[in-house]
Ligand binder design. Structure first.
Ligand code: PEP
Ligand code: MG
Length: 324
């Protein structure tokens, strides 16, 4: 029964046909990381490093940063930990990086773009990540938030390599990144879909506005098409490069068990979520095979609204009722 599976989640996400779907955790601190490991997460799919900087009015030193990252890496020896470089701005302002007077902060200097106005912070952060990596056995991947062009991805990759780190990637949070994923993945090793921002920018609906919650749903067929475009671009890049390019999801979408099935059906390889969602997501994934996931993805893609997509998919997953 699904309720038994819920209690017995042992940290190995898979479909009923054995297709492996690693289930990772979103964390912000060492405490979060230890709790995630306890909950069975297979690794970290998103370390929100801003959490190490929040409440600071100056940049933490390389040593302070390295200590914070080391704590996270040590919770996952030998496991994958995806570190996101600073995502300051918009909903996450940091006084030493962002300009509070911008008229449209969500469309402003945020995420990777802060490197243009405050150079050096990103290089020092990569240095700190490299120091922390040396102190642990974690498999450290590094990615940049709020990428919109192939050139940004290429430059980020160069900075990662210059810091002595090996695996570089970018978040797909803008429609621009989604529809150029193939070209982006000629420069970096992986992408991770930030569906919170990808939804906001695809639907042109501020993620902070409760009054736009209906537009701001990752079930919107337009958002699902962006995810599909990303996965297709990655498949093309993988084929041409002769090496698999991982497509992850680290936005809230991955924590919705029915949507998780759709994401896998669209071609997503790994899912990262708040640890409390791991058990329910794994229980539902274990009830479908890859062909069924693809069929449910098609169903959602062809719906005419978020509501219709969600209802159509949920109706095909009776296991959801057991989960309450
Ligand atoms: C996202 O945008 O989906 C994401 C994971 O990043 P954040 O929520 O931190 O902006
Ligand atoms: Mg984001």
């Amino acid at each position: 029964r699904a309720s038994e599976q819920l209690a017995s989640f042992a940290g190995r996400g898979a479909l009923s046909d054995g297709t492996v779907v690693p289930l990772l955790a979103n964390v912000g601190t060492g405490d979060d990381a230890r709790a995630a490991a306890e909950a069975g997460a297979e690794g970290v799919g998103l370390l929100r490093t801003e959490f190490c900087f929040l409440g600071r009015d100056s940049e933490p030193t390389v040593e302070e940063q390295a200590d914070a990252y080391t704590e996270v890496f040590e919770a996952f020896p030998g496991r994958k930990v995806v570190v996101r470089t600073l995502d300051a701005g918009a909903d996450k302002p940091l006084p030493f990086l962002t300009d509070a007077t911008e008229p449209n902060p969500a469309l402003g200097v945020r995420g990777y773009r802060t490197d243009w106005t405050t150079p050096g912070v990103l290089e020092r952060q990569l240095e700190a990540i490299a120091v922390a990596k040396q102190r642990s056995t974690a498999d450290v991947w590094v990615m940049a938030p709020m990428i919109a062009t192939v050139g940004e991805a290429a430059r980020f990759h160069d900075l990662v390599v210059a810091a002595g780190l090996k695996v570089s990637g970018v978040m797909v949070e803008t429609p621009a990144a989604a529809i150029t994923a193939e070209q982006i993945l000629e420069r970096v090793d992986f992408v991770s879909l930030g569906t919170n921002d990808l939804t906001q920018y695809t639907m042109a609906a501020d993620r902070m506005l409760g009054s736009l919650a209906n537009l701001n749903s990752p079930w919107q067929p337009a958002v699902l098409r962006m995810i599909q475009a990303t996965a297709r671009g990655a498949a093309q890049a993988s084929e041409r490069g002769g090496e698999h390019k991982n497509v992850g999801v680290c936005g809230e979408a991955a924590a919705d068990p029915a949507l998780a099935v759709v994401l896998v059906g669209l071609g997503v390889d790994t899912l990262s979520m708040s640890p409390r969602s791991l058990a329910a997501v794994s229980a539902v994934l274990a009830r479908v095979d890859a062909a069924e996931a693809r069929r449910l993805a098609e169903l959602a893609l062809h719906a005419t609204s978020a509501q219709e997509a969600k209802e159509a998919v949920r109706a095909e997953l009776p296991v959801l009722a057991d989960l309450g």
